[in-house]
Design a protein around this ligand. Sequence first.
Ligand code: GTP
Ligand code: MG
Length: 570
Amino acid sequence: MRVVATAGHVDHGKSSLVHALTGTNPDRFEEERRRGLTIDLGFAHTTLPGGDGISFIDVPGHVHFLRNMLAGVGGVDACMFVVAATEGWKPQSEEHLRILGLVGLRHGIIVLTKSDLVDDEWRELQEMDVRDRVAGTFLADAPIIAVSATTGASMDALQAALAGLVATAPAATDRNRPRLWVDRVFAAKGSGTVVTGTLTGGTVHTDDQLHAGAHPVRVRAIQSHGERLDAIGPGNRVALNLVGVDHTQLRRGDAVILPAQWRPTQRFDASLTVLASLAHVVSRRGAYFAYIGAGEFPVKVRVLGSESLRPGTSGLVRLHLAEPLPLLPGDRFVLRESGRDETVGGGEVLDVAPLRPASKAQPDRSVDRLIEEHGWTTAADLEALTGERRDPVLGQWVVSPAALAATEQSVRSRVVAAGDLGLDVASLDDRERAVLATLEGIGVDAGRARPMAAEDPLADHPFLAALLAGGAAPPDPVGVDKVQLRELVRRRLVVERDSLYFHPRAIDDVARTAATLLHAHPSGFTMSQLREALGNTRKHAVPLATELDARGITRRRDDVRIAGPKLPQL
Ligand SMILES: Nc1nc2c(ncn2[C@@H]2O[C@H](COP(=O)(O)OP(=O)(O)OP(=O)(O)O)[C@@H](O)[C@H]2O)c(=O)[nH]1
Ligand SMILES: [Mg+2]
């Protein structure tokens, strides 16, 4: 089923045409029928002679109700653009055409109505004028069908043109990600809250747990064109009977979504094309409304990269919303200034979670740019933010090469810094732990990560074995290459203290010796007691005690060493 919106100037015969095609008067309200004027959206559907189903959203043409028109054209595939042959092109013919272009419509047909009221010559004149007016727009090559809703003349040609439209306009895409912008809310007798809208992006099933606006809801029943269904796909007019929310809590413009798939945002970056007909620039001054989906939302506008945008130009903007909306790159919006009550332009959502400050932002729809800016995202977040699925690089993460390299480097240096004691893996966050598992030359044992000695070419250095054998009284580095010695110290394979060199494990042993001594002498041990326990001389005992102090294992108080915060447990 295709959804087609009408468009065109007030009183040009849009509703009459829908009525003639479907048998349903789309003007629902008594006031509309009394005044012969569409105020709010109307809905009707029919099956074309060839068998194609078609739904119409009939919009008002009067400029006072433009916001309702905007609500109607948010989710449609195509339009039936109506111009009365009697009056020809009028201001809202122009404005509606611009708006349809801004919301990204690509398909439509043009209907010249009321042709029973004009002669052939006049009709041909109007046809030529309309053809001129749509030149350079998405309707440039659209068929123009002259009809009369009153006499029924050429209605068969119109049906054929609509069948052609259904055949050429691409079917609504199914991204497995349903979203329904609510265009009507009401309480149905006995069944509670009902919302209607044009479903896009995916399928909704009964019993789905969804969000309507900010409210968790369950789908009790689905209807499309009066028919009850268990599920319905994108591109259809849909009525959902919802449990969990009162109809007074919802309004036009709310979205119905699967919450896990979206990251509602109050701030997004977008392109903006300013209408050439605008008489002034667009800047942050002014009160704006953005029309997105079926809704009207107050926004603050910040032009990116300059102060303002001139009429007829395109640029980048950051929009701030008063409430979060589930948006996706590629969503279209129309911008109007509320003070002057004029359509300013429109554009496309580019980034729903901009990270960079407005002064530095350069948004586009590139997923790679987003990965670059975020550094780390989960595949699920990335899909929610862009609609695109990327394979995770690591665990659940999608990571930019730069962010990955930076984390690799920082984890590696933390492990190396922790030395023989090892780095407590619990001190790493999820991302760092995922990176740790991929690092070559680092092993994890009993929850601690250490450089794997065998992987280090210097780990076999003979001086290390000599230091280890020497324990608390190691040999001096006689004959050891100076550069290599410095490298051994830099890699923490050797501990340097007061120009003496120790094996890291010797320091650990001395720490345990200190703990034993303090167990026996809780008020502190002297240097000679330490020397005695270690079986070495002042030459080594003094720098070892200094090293223990530096590590917080002991503390010096007058002539004795007392326990420090890092003293090992016995
Ligand atoms: N003679 C003639 N009158 C028509 C035709 N189509 C519509 N009308 C008349 O034109 C008037 C306006 O028609 P509508 O269908 O209400 O126009 P509309 O475009 O829906 O108007 P809005 O929704 O208010 O913008 C009505 O009085 C219709 O009877 C037609 O083909 N021939
Ligand atoms: Mg109407």
